[in-house]
Design a protein around this ligand. Structure first.
Ligand code: AMP
Length: 197
């Protein structure tokens, strides 16, 4: 099963992707995680990505697409995957469609977690607090200033991705303001409604 999870920062994509991954036995592929990992390696492209991430800006499509194309070829992705944080631009969505078509594949579901933008600041603050409580360093981009940029990037670049999938009748909206268990159940129901389910 190939699933795309869309939604603004703090919508709960990571939580739901982890649950879907466990339930369906397919990997959770987060481009944010992949880019943070690339940044840690200290390569020139990793360091460039780090500057953009820390400022709350998007990493260029070409860099992200290179990482995703390589990761989708890994053996554990052969049966499917959950894409979290990708695609974030219409260019990435188009490139993903081409990648899939080349392999005679298609997405099974595009789930959009819809949340009130006013709830995002407190959700991201809760994530930073939880990391601190667990003795981990919070993400450098989980602060109010950077979050505002990330939300802007979402509205400008990623909202059109929802329209792209809606135009081809592939978008399943899910109420992301509900509790994690309720969102989980709504996602399961949306997947069960798929024509091929
Ligand atoms: P996330 O972990 O999904 O919140 O992503 C953290 C940051 O990584 C984003 O704010 C972007 O700077 C960068 N990023 C993650 N995924 C993408 C993507 N698909 N395209 C461009 N930038 C991305």
């Amino acid at each position: 099963m190939r699933i795309v999870l869309l939604g603004p920062p703090g919508a709960g994509k990571g939580t739901q992707a982890a649950r879907l991954s466990a339930r369906h036995g397919i990997p959770h592929l987060s481009t944010g995680e992949m880019l943070r990992h690339a940044a840690e390696t200290g390569t020139p492209s990793g360091l460039r990505a780090k500057r953009l991430i820390d400022a709350g800006n998007l990493v260029p499509d070409a860099d992200v697409l290179g990482i995703v194309a390589t990761r989708l070829h890994d053996a554990d992705a052969a049966r499917g995957y959950i894409l979290d944080g990708f695609p974030r631009t219409v260019g990435q969505a188009e490139a993903l469609d081409i990648m899939l078509e080349t392999h005679g594949q298609a997405l099974d579901a595009v789930l959009e977690l819809r949340v009130d933008l006013s709830a995002l600041v407190s959700r991201v603050k809760a994530r930073a607090d939880a990391a601190a409580a667990a003795g981990q360093a919070p993400r450098a981009d989980d602060n109010a200033t950077t979050l505002a940029r990330r939300v802007n990037a979402y509205l400008e670049a990623t909202q059109p991705v929802s329209d792209y999938y809606a135009a081809t009748r592939r978008l399943s909206p899910v109420d992301g303001m509900a509790t994690p268990d309720e969102v989980d159940a709504a996602i399961a129901a949306a997947l069960a409604r798929r024509p091929t389910a």
